[in-house]
Ligand binder design. Structure first.
Ligand SMILES: [Zn+2]
Length: 301
């Protein structure tokens, strides 16, 4: 599949079936309820017209999705590190295989890995007693998953929301360790206000920097004032408001992004994952984003 100009994608998560419904579905007919959610998420993205889709990350939240599968971790309300963190089995590969089968060549597929710093900051560390050592251990373990996904997905994204809370000086080492040996386009998603760290993010060995421009439009000024080579994942739909923005509103945001960074550098997506929205709103946001892109492209035509 050839990627068009101004391609559309998602950050990753999609609304999943509520746990009570999941239990009901599982008991009633033995189906994998999260697999059903995955199918719904993939089909919703494709029917909305998204070019690079995700598996919807429906199985768990972005932290537990990974901490439940890595070794050295005891699951409590906050995961506890009790030994060396290691990669022992595929984490998202089965879901990505299912997504790939459903897609059947219609669109491209994005693999998503929750970043080592975000995982480290989300755990209670009773073993390393060092945020840096724990984060590096996560990065080395996650490299196993990155290589596992390399033959399956078309692009690999690392999510590091905690970079905007507290930027580690060893960020480059973390990102390099995860992507070691992986020959895929590399994306880094950091939500929150990244205005103060954007000049550091552009130094990282990634191809796409993905941020929340709908919630933080002032970031465009920072982008304008910074020299960098990466493409921009341009969040143009809010993921924290459970109302779909109008096509007009999104079109205006896209025009501002193009005026700042140019066509060839932007990929359009929502600000962040859509897990906390209702399925109807999540669908409407994607559909309106695609329509807004078409409006902008035809006006420029
Ligand atoms: Zn995010």
């Amino acid at each position: 599949m050839k990627l068009p100009e101004l391609p559309t994608t998602v950050v990753g998560s999609f609304p999943a079936v509520p746990p009570s419904d999941a239990l009901f579905r599982y008991c009633r007919d033995g189906t994998d309820p999260y697999g059903v959610s995955l199918e719904e998420a993939v089909e919703a993205q494709i029917s909305a017209g998204i070019h690079i889709v995700s598996d919807g990350q429906t199985r768990n939240d972005m932290v537990k999705l990974f901490t439940t599968k890595l070794s050295g971790i005891r699951m409590r309300s906050k995961p506890v590190i009790i030994g060396p963190v290691g990669y022992r089995e595929s984490i998202t590969a089965e879901d990505q295989e299912l997504a790939k089968r459903l897609i059947a060549g219609r669109v491209l597929l994005k693999g998503i890995i929750t970043g080592p710093f975000t995982l480290a900051m989300s755990c209670q560390d009773d073993y390393y007693h060092s945020p840096e050592k724990l984060a590096m251990a996560f990065a080395d373990a996650l490299n196993g998953e990155a290589n596992r996904l390399a033959g399956l997905v078309d692009i690999l994204q690392v999510d590091e929301p905690f970079f905007s809370v507290e930027y580690p000086e060893y960020a480059d080492a973390l990102v390099s360790a995860i992507f070691e040996g992986v020959e895929l386009p590399r994306a880094l998603h950091v939500c929150g206000d990244v205005g103060g760290i954007f000049s550091k993010l552009v130094e990282l060995p990634v191809d796409i920097l993905d941020h929340e421009f709908a919630a933080h439009p002032e970031l465009l000024d920072v982008v304008s004032d910074t020299n960098f080579t990466q493409k921009i994942g341009y969040g143009c739909v809010r993921s924290d408001v459970n109302i779909a923005e109008s096509v007009h509103e999104i079109s205006e945001r896209i025009k501002k992004g193009i005026a700042c960074a140019g066509h060839g550098r932007l990929m359009l997506d929502p600000d962040c994952g859509l897990r906390h929205l209702s399925p109807e709103v999540a669908r409407a946001k994607l559909e309106n984003m695609v329509k807004a892109r078409e409006t902008v492209m035809s006006n420029e035509g």
